[in-house]
Design a binder for this molecule. Structure first.
Ligand code: ZN
Length: 366
């Protein structure tokens, strides 16, 4: 028997609809990035496609693991994503690379193009299931379908053909049209427990120092995806380089080479991102690198504020204010830098500005 792997609360919701025998035709799996939404969707698809799903001893419905359908979907985590099952349709934005339409193939991957939606969702939904059982469509990052595409999808969600199940996976549910949301059963995914991230870090970041691993666990904020990204791109090194310089700035020492160092690290990130993601745009990679750098810094400032706030005596609000102020200044400086990057100011310039702003904000000096 093959069980759905994923978050227990979300799985409870799915299991109760499976047990009741009344499975809604459309779902939204929503919650933070990197907490297992897509993996759970694949596990759910496997059960829905299985020809002989059965209850296990605890009453959960599981895929048999042996039927024609199950054999086509590997149950290793991640492996299902490359399944050749004819009635499992996975939509990820990278599919644009394989579109029948040349223009779609060649464009930058910042959304799920209509052509992809047409080819991988609307057409398969209107055909009958090739294995004469159910069909499942899973759309990852569903918020990347634009309003026109969502309106097309709406028709499918309103009157799904029998045996058709659609799962929209998203970490930005508010970007889905209200009309889409109201037609789907919503399943919430929460940040993963710290224990889970810690155990993962022990295994995947064993070369890191215990101190860096502790940073990683905290920085991940319950997202395994974020932890994995931090390990793949060695963000622990960013923290080691940048955070002590910010501490020194709090002591009044101007971090004169910090802007250049940050710029270089973000640039290195963007280059290796582009190397590892065929067709990724350098511009998008730059922005991702910058947003990670800002995340490293604001995460640290927030932690500092929490620690300081816990030490403050409740009868002295003025002292409280003044001890937190420098760190609030760091967050403000990062927000400014973020706006600059959005306005296409060069990264190296934005990092220089950030450093002088955060120094000014922390010390009141120019
Ligand atoms: Zn089966």
């Amino acid at each position: 028997m093959d069980h759905i792997i994923g978050q227990s609360r979300a799985i409870d919701v799915l299991q109760s609809s499976l047990r009741s025998g009344r499975v809604p035709h459309a779902f939204i799996f929503h919650g933070p990035a990197g907490v297992g939404k897509f993996t759970t969707a694949l596990g759910f698809a496997r059960v829905m496609l299985c020809h002989e799903p059965a209850n296990d001893l605890s009453g959960n419905v599981a895929a048999c693991g042996a039927c024609e359908s199950c054999k086509l979907i590997p149950d290793r985590p991640g492996a299902a994503a490359s399944s050749a099952h004819p009635d499992l349709h996975l939509v990820v934005k990278e599919l644009a690379l394989y579109s029948e339409d040349r223009q779609t193939r060649e464009r930058k991957l910042s959304n799920i193009p209509l052509a992809v939606l047409e080819q991988h969702v609307l057409q398969p939904v209107s055909r009958s299931a090739l294995l004469r059982h159910n069909k499942v469509v899973v759309v990852d990052e569903a918020e990347l379908i634009d309003a026109r595409g969502q309106n097309l999808l709406l028709k499918t969600l309103e009157e799904p053909p029998a045996g058709t199940y659609v799962v929209l996976v998203t970490s930005s549910e508010h970007e889905l049209l209200p009309t889409i949301r109201s037609r789907c059963q919503r399943v919430a995914f929460l940040p993963l427990p710290e224990e889970t991230i810690r155990a993962w870090a022990e295994e995947h970041a064993h070369a890191w120092s215990p101190q860096s691993r502790a940073w990683l666990t905290d920085f991940a904020g319950g997202s395994l995806g974020r932890a994995a990204l931090a390990v793949e791109y060695d963000l622990g090194r960013w923290a080691q380089r940048v955070l002590p310089a910010i501490d020194a700035a709090a002591q009044g020492k101007y971090p004169s080479d910090l802007g250049g160092a940050m710029g270089a690290m973000m640039d290195e990130f963007a280059k290796s991102w582009v190397d590892r993601h065929e067709k990724a745009s350098k511009d998008a990679a730059n922005k991702l690198g910058a947003s990670l750098m800002w995340a490293v810094i604001t995460h640290y400032a927030r932690r500092k504020m929490q620690t300081l706030a816990a030490k403050v005596k409740p009868d002295d609000p003025v002292a409280a204010e003044s001890s937190l102020e420098p760190w609030a200044g760091v967050i403000d400086a990062v927000n400014d830098a973020e706006r600059e990057i959005d306005a296409n100011v060069q990264m190296s310039l934005a990092s220089d500005h950030l450093v002088s702003r955060l120094f000014r904000g922390m010390t009141g000096r120019v």
